[in-house]
Write a protein that binds this ligand. Structure first.
Ligand SMILES: O=c1ccn([C@@H]2O[C@H](COP(=O)(O)O)[C@@H](O)[C@H]2O)c(=O)[nH]1
Length: 238
C-alpha cells in the first residue's frame, strides 16, 4: 500500500482521544504522526495497535544527543517497525551517521529500514529568533539548505522543513531527497505557534513530498471534512 502524502499529527496525551479522532475519518488507512506527547504517555502498545489497523507511522521523537546515545536509541527504535523516524540536524554529521548505523543494525532481516529525516529549523522558528536567540547568522533558507546538505551527506533520507524552503532543498539535494513539511494551515485557520506556514496546495506546488497536519484537522469542528479539503487541495495542485 502506498503511503498517504498527508500525515496527521496525533498530538494527544490519551489513547481514547486518538481513537475518537480516527473513528471520525472515512479513510481506513492513514499516515499518522506519533510525537513526544503521545509516545511518552502511551508508548509502544499504541504503536502496535495503530499498525494492526494498517496505519503508517511517523514516530516524531526528534533525537538530539551525543552520537553514541543516538546510535543506540535508533537501534531500539528500529525494532518498533515504524515507517519514519527523525533527528535534529543540529546534532551534526557524526550524530546523524551514527543514527543511520543504529537504524541499520536494529532493523530485522527481511524488514524495511524506517526512513530517517532531519529537522533543519523548526517551523515555529522565525528568522529573527534563529539569528537573535540561537545565534545562527544568515538567511533561514540558507541555514535549512546547509543542514539538508549535511543530512544528505550523512546518509539520511530527507529533511523536515517549512514548505517555503523545499524548492531550494530539492535543488541542493535532489528531487528524491524527502521533504516532509509541517507548518500547514488551511486558509482562515490560526497559525498558532507556527511561523513559516503555507496551505496544503502551496506545499504541493513548492514540492513537498509529505505534509504534516495537526490542528487544521484536530481542532476542526469536522476533522473528516478538513481532511477531505486537504486531500482535494493536494490532488488539485501540482
Ligand atoms: O519543524 C517542525 C517539526 C515538527 N513539527 C510537528 O508537526 C506538528 C504540527 O502541528 P500543527 O498543529 O499542524 O501545527 C506538531 O506535532 C509538531 O510537533 C512542527 O510543527 N514543526
Amino acid at each position: 500500500m502506498s503511503k498517504s502524502p498527508i500525515i496527521i499529527a496525533l498530538d494527544y496525551s490519551k489513547e481514547h482521544q486518538v481513537w475518537e479522532l480516527l473513528n471520525k475519518f472515512d479513510h481506513e488507512k492513514l499516515f499518522v504522526k506519533v510525537g513526544m506527547e503521545l509516545y511518552y504517555s502511551c508508548g509502544n502498545s499504541l504503536l502496535e495497535k495503530l499498525k494492526d489497523k494498517g496505519h503508517h507511522i511517523f514516530l516524531d521523537l526528534k533525537l538530539h544527543d551525543i552520537p553514541n546515545t543516538v546510535a543506540k536509541a535508533m537501534q531500539s527504535l528500529a525494532c518498533l517497525d515504524v515507517d519514519l523516524v527523525n533527528v535534529h540536524a543540529a546534532g551534526g554529521r557524526l550524530m546523524m551517521e551514527r543514527a543511520m548505523e543504529g537504524l541499520d543494525k536494529g532493523t530485522s532481516a527481511g524488514k524495511e529500514r524506517p526512513s530517517c529525516i532531519a529537522v533543519t529549523q523548526l517551523t515555529s522558528t522565525s528568522e529573527e529568533v534563529m539569528q537573535q536567540q540561537l545565534k545562527i547568522n544568515g538567511k533561514i533558507e540558507d541555514v535549512v539548505v546547509h543542514y539538508a546538505n549535511i543530512a544528505k551527506d550523512s546518509g539520511l533520507d530527507g529533511v523536515v522543513s517549512s514548505p517555503l524552503e523545499v524548492p531550494l532543498v530539492k535543488e541542493a539535494c535532489g528531487s528524491s531527497f524527502l521533504a516532509v513539511t509541517p507548518g500547514i494551515r488551511l486558509v482562515g485557520d490560526s497559525a498558532n505557534d507556527q511561523k513559516r506556514i503555507t496551505t496544503p496546495a502551496e506545499a504541493r506546488t513548492l514540492g513537498s513530498d509529505f505534509i504534516v497536519v495537526g490542528r487544521s484537522i484536530t481542532a476542526s469542528p469536522n476533522p473528516n471534512e478538513a481532511l477531505n479539503t486537504i486531500k482535494r487541495e493536494w490532488s488539485e495542485s501540482v
